[in-house]
Design a protein. Sequence first.
Length: 496
Amino acid sequence: MKKLTANQYIILRVTIVIFLSLRLLTFVDAETFQPNNNYTESISIQPAIQIDQKKLESVLDEFFNKHMEQYHIPGLVFLLVKDGEIFFTKGYGYADVQNQKLMKPDETVLRVGSVSKLFTATAVMKLVEHGVLDLHTDVNQYLKHFKLEENYLKPVTMANLLTHSAGFRGRVINSVTRKESERLPLGEFLAHNMPLRSMPPGSVISYSNQGNQLAGYLVEEITGIPFEKYVEDSILIPLGMKHSSFIKPDNLLPYLVKGYSFSDGIFMEVPTEYSRSLTTPSGSLIATADDIGHFMIAQLQSGTYQDKHILNENTCREMQKQQFANGKRLPGMSYGFYEYQAFGQRAILHDGDVTGFASRLFLIPDQNIGFFVCNNTSNSILRMQLTDSLMRHFFSKVENTEKRTIENKSTQNFGRLAGNYRNTRIGLDYFDKFKAASGVMSLSEDNINSWIEIEPLLYKIPNSNIQLLFRENDKGEITNLFMDAQQMPISYERVA
């Protein structure tokens, strides 16, 4: 079997993300695809969440035993925090298949991928708290060695970077390597590899790794301290995260879990993938599950873990509230986290994906509870199904008897909504060089007619929590489609 290059691996990962988002539009029972005349919305009350530890373990054991075999996942760790403590933690399967090393939450060092972005956002918020960085100032005022292109009237701000609303497209080419010798200092890499900015700042959420890396680089520029050192001194050490780092120190290498793919009945170790930048604020954190638990507790306890403070209460609250959304009725972005709204709860989360690993950090701030999961394959479906299972078993609000019904008059002209929509996350270099038709979604009138209309331009897919919102310009022309699928907000632009 021919090995993929590093760039081909990341292209494949991005393609899978797009494929999954498109599949979410059709991955419901065929019988649900019938026109719906009414949409009933429950009004809920919010009780305190009570969890029995034995029941939790029983549910998890059954879930993981089934799905790890189904998805060929060799190992994973799970951790749940509640009321300022690690409430439950357990490892399943193997960190090293060949040597039969078990997953251990307090010892196995994981590659958590884009969960790293939450630490970058926290570092930024510390600078805001100290008064040396303003979230709404043009970032070019802080950049000393290169500047962002000023091709729109509105400048890019730190608030834009932390909410993925700076207008950057994704950039795939030259973003990863398998040779450490090809890696560059963070600032040098960004100076030559910032993606095309083809949307006005503050117009849509368009997920950008380089945007988050730029936020981390600004921490360096403002403090004069290397990003990884600043995070270590101001976040990792105060939180007692002794087995965590944005680099890979020699003392942690023996505990680093191996990532795998599965083919022809065999688990195969995947080669290590490096970002082209020597430090990667957007995705290079390694940590144990227990260490991640310390960070989660601090986020849920107003910036405090035990007697150590990484943020004050007001800063923590500001970081976690919604700061930008693609529409009023859709979940959006806080500073670093993306929002989840389902089962009557609001949560904030972030997923992580690097080759051979998939993770999720999930918090319900109002309930002082959260969980973390990381498996050592690139399967990202398990975390979504796990979230759904936990919400149904433990976290769902108790429904009140009061209900209100919204009539679906189905008077919309579906013809003006039907068409082709391209995911804004995919860079034009991806399309031009690889002809990635998988990033384009085609919607027919029949597709749209099968959805539930909540209000004009806002729809829900039957038997799911997936919502879709169309945006029109002042001429009444449809310009965008936005999807809420209980993961990162997904934005599309109309192309035909």
